[in-house]
Design a protein around this ligand. Structure first.
Ligand SMILES: Nc1nc2c(ncn2[C@@H]2O[C@H](COP(=O)(O)OP(=O)(O)OP(=O)(O)O)[C@@H](O)[C@H]2O)c(=O)[nH]1
Ligand SMILES: [Mg+2]
Length: 317
């Protein structure tokens, strides 16, 4: 039916189309924009209707829980890899594997079920991160070239760069997509190693405190060292959550070594050399599963705590 919705009678009303989809199922189509739909909903509420958020609406309509969760996650996920992974779960990837594992258990084929459930358990680490970008903190001494590297990775001049030590004061986040993964790069205030951090005063000191705190919460810390000083940095002091990055390779005479042999990623923000290799290395460190177990993320992947608990429960049987 086409007609004019006048609600409680105020205003000119709203032209709309009402479609009966079933005995107790009506669709109301109105003009675009939020104002028209909001006015229609408000008037329906006056007549006793209850407003529902969409996940509750889907659940009430009998949509399977994993599908609702996948739609909720897709609404906030970023980066093509997370979206592709979640789309597969929406299409039934995880559901199918859970059904299969349950059937195996019912058949007494416990070992086979275990293999499938263990795989789901290993995939869950990445699955649980699909709606929250990885966090990479860029740290190091003042003037090491941290902001220049962030800009090189982001492909635009996000952070202010200058030869003045102590240029970056606060944490500055830049969301980037590297090799399909969404990542927040966090530029920080440099540490003043030589004169001690006492050389920094006031706001810079506060910035350094924030930099230290940010490192604690990072998935990965890029420890940026001026290439001319790399020899003075002991790689033994680099934790497995850290990646040693040498900057300003263009100022160096002689060869730079590949990361496989030196453990150091050599880069030049000025020439762009090594920046793509750095991006690849960041992803390799954040999502080692991709290289270590190809195919792990191609099948069912649990992506909520509820799903992980469900898999754990089956594994315990
Ligand atoms: N030649 C050369 N110079 C660079 C490179 N990267 C950075 N620089 C220079 O090094 C200086 C410091 O660079 P920034 O990126 O501001 O360094 P930062 O680590 O962010 O410094 P703070 O924020 O002060 O801690 C600037 O003068 C840059 O132009 C590089 O790859 N090659
Ligand atoms: Mg800086």
């Amino acid at each position: 039916m086409f007609g004019r919705w006048t609600g409680a009678g105020e205003g000119p009303g709203e032209d709309l189309v009402v479609v009966r989809r079933g005995a107790d199922d009506l669709e109301i189509h109105c003009h675009g924009g939020l104002a028209a739909s909001e006015a229609v909903i408000a008037s329906l509420e006056q007549f006793g209707a209850a407003r529902q958020v969409w996940p509750a609406w889907l659940r009430a309509g009998g949509t399977p829980e994993i599908e609702v969760e996948a739609r909720e996650a897709l609404a906030i996920a970023g980066g093509p890899k997370a979206v592709r992974l979640l789309s597969r779960q929406l299409a039934g990837g995880l559901e199918a594997e859970i059904v299969r594992a349950k059937a195996l258990l019912a058949d007494g084929r416990v070992a086979e079920a275990r293999v499938a459930l263990d795989r789901l358990g290993r995939a869950a680490r990445v699955g649980l991160r699909l709606t929250r970008p990885w966090r990479v903190v860029v740290a190091g001494s003042v003037n090491a070239g941290k902001s220049s590297l962030v800009n090189a990775l982001a492909g635009h001049a996000r952070s202010i760069v200058s030869s003045e030590p102590g240029t970056t004061r606060d944490l500055l986040e830049t969301r980037v997509v590297l090799d399909g993964w969404e990542i927040d790069l966090v530029d920080t205030a440099g540490l003043r190693e030589e004169g001690g951090d006492d050389a920094a005063i006031g706001v810079e000191q506060a910035g350094i405190a924030r930099a230290v705190a940010a490192r604690e919460e990072a998935d990965l810390v890029l420890r940026v060292v001026d290439g001319r000083q790399v020899g003075m940095t002991s790689s033994a002091a680099v934790s497995n959550r850290e990646l040693l990055v040498a900057s300003k390779a263009d100022l160096l005479e002689g060869a730079v070594h590949p990361v496989e042999t030196s453990g150091v990623v050599w880069t030049s923000a000025t020439s762009g050399a090594g920046v793509a290799a750095l991006a690849a290395e960041i992803v390799r460190r954040l999502v080692p599963e991709e290289a270590q177990e190809p195919g792990l993320l191609d099948g069912g992947v649990p992506f909520t705590e509820r799903q992980v608990a469900l898999v754990e429960g089956l594994r315990g049987r």
